[in-house]
Design a protein around this ligand. Structure first.
Ligand code: C5P
Length: 409
């Protein structure tokens, strides 16, 4: 694959948070990918990581002040802003985010930001309460409204030893986002600007207010696809059952649903505005016919008999609604006669493409980080077999074939 970071000029703004140590790894990865990195540090950042570390890794003296005190050499933030193909602020503290949002140009980093003509990527990192504060939320929204790209913070253990949202995105993921940005800029995907809906995760079918029927789906495959398609410029919305995964790609919208009926209603509502729909959810085939309004008690009662009724087949109903210019992609998890069953499913549900995984393959299916798929397409009657890969890579293969189908429509 072409290296889209080769020769790119990246201004790396580093601010004063504990995640500043990750700026060293980020610098190293960017340089390794062929980019030229110019670190710009705030005074507070230098309390967390030394300029020597970043200048050694980047091969460029760190810029921090408007001029060098002993020589009087002026550091032009305007030139730096023009030099940059991208500016990345990682970590971005609440303070710097606020200054960027309000144009408080009292340091080299913010003046460079205000002069930058290139896209700006902001990687927030802070404690969970600061992250959730309406001021931070509003400032990030404001940066987005300026066209800046927020690489959202993740949830996990924080420097305060509290657990919550505020961990800076991993350097590897930041590099991936930059690579994808430059790839899209150089060779835009046919999916760029297209509306894509993805169903993901399991559904929960209520037995009573505290119990439900569900399955082992974690949503990993659906969310990996959402990230991949969004990275290719698509406008992605995930209709998601209850999962703990989150999209990592900026701009992916998530609509949470619980039951198959809710998922069906939302999907049918959104589908007419979509160019592509990918049915990745593990929808429960049946639901309790009459869920109890109160908790079913054990004492003195016979075990209850659960009467089940069939849930709507969402993929099939979208297949019925599908217009000629829409693409519908389904998944099939099979245990035997895989290709034959998947092809029948494709006909029955009027799908344009089926991603087949077999439970006979180790590393494929629910909960794993890997998958092994065969992708069948209706139009050309071809089966594309792929080896075991990470779900992110599988998402790339699926996206490639969707692009191909989309071009040939
Ligand atoms: O029929 P089966 O469940 O094997 O079909 C799998 C495909 O159909 C998947 O794409 C799944 O998301 C979709 N499906 C659906 N609604 C259902 C059952 C399956 O959309 N009720």
């Amino acid at each position: 694959m072409a290296n889209f970071l080769q020769g790119k000029h990246i201004v790396l703004g580093v601010t004063g948070g504990i995640a500043a140590y990750k700026a060293a790894v980020l610098t190293r990865l960017l340089v390794k990918a062929g980019a030229e990195v110019q670190p710009v540090m705030t005074a507070a950042a230098k309390e967390f990581i030394t300029p020597l570390t970043l200048s050694t890794l980047s091969g460029k003296p760190v810029i921090s002040e408007f001029f060098t005190r002993n020589t009087g050499e002026w550091h032009s933030h305007v030139d730096l802003g023009l030099w940059a193909d991208a500016m990345v602020v990682a970590p971005a503290t609440a303070c710097t985010i606020g200054k960027m949002a309000g144009g408080v140009a009292d340091n080299m980093l913010v003046t460079t930001y205000l002069s930058a003509k290139a896209p700006v990527f902001v990687c927030p990192a802070m404690d969970l309460d600061m992250m959730a504060h309406p001021s931070t939320v509003a400032n990030l929204r404001r940066l987005e409204s300026y066209g800046n790209i927020i690489i959202d913070a993740a949830e996990g253990e924080l420097a305060s030893h509290l657990t919550g949202k505020g961990r800076m995105a991993e350097p590897e993921d930041i590099v991936k986002t930059l690579e994808r940005y430059f790839r899209n800029a150089q060779c835009p995907s046919p999916l760029s600007g297209r509306k894509v809906m993805i169903t993901a995760g399991p559904t929960r079918e209520k037995i009573d207010p505290v119990r439900y029927i569900s399955n082992y789906s974690t949503g990993k495959m659906g969310y990996a696809l959402a990230d991949e398609l969004a990275a290719r410029g698509a406008d992605v919305i995930v209709v998601s059952g209850p999962v703990s995964v989150k999209p990592t790609q900026p701009g992916v919208k998530v609509v949470g649903v619980e039951s198959a009926l809710e998922m069906a209603e939302k999907s049918r509502e959104l589908f007419p505005q979509c160019d592509v729909a990918v049915m990745c959810a593990a929808v429960a085939d049946y639901r309790p016919a009459a869920p109890s309004a109160t908790k079913i008690k054990r004492e003195g009662n016979e075990p209850p008999q659960l009467q089940l009724v069939e849930n709507p087949d969402i993929a099939r109903s979208l297949g019925e609604m599908k217009q000629d210019d829409q693409l519908l992609v389904g998944f099939a998890l099979e245990t035997d006669h895989e290709n034959e069953n998947a092809r029948k499913k494709m006909q029955r549900k009027k799908l344009d493409m089926v991603v087949l995984n077999s439970l006979r393959d180790a590393g494929a299916g629910f909960g794993t980080d890997t998958n092994k798929v065969t992708i069948l397409t209706r139009k050309d009657n071809v089966s594309h077999e792929f080896p075991l890969k990470s779900k992110a890579e599988v998402a790339g293969d699926i996206a490639d074939l969707i692009e191909l189908l989309y071009c040939n429509e």
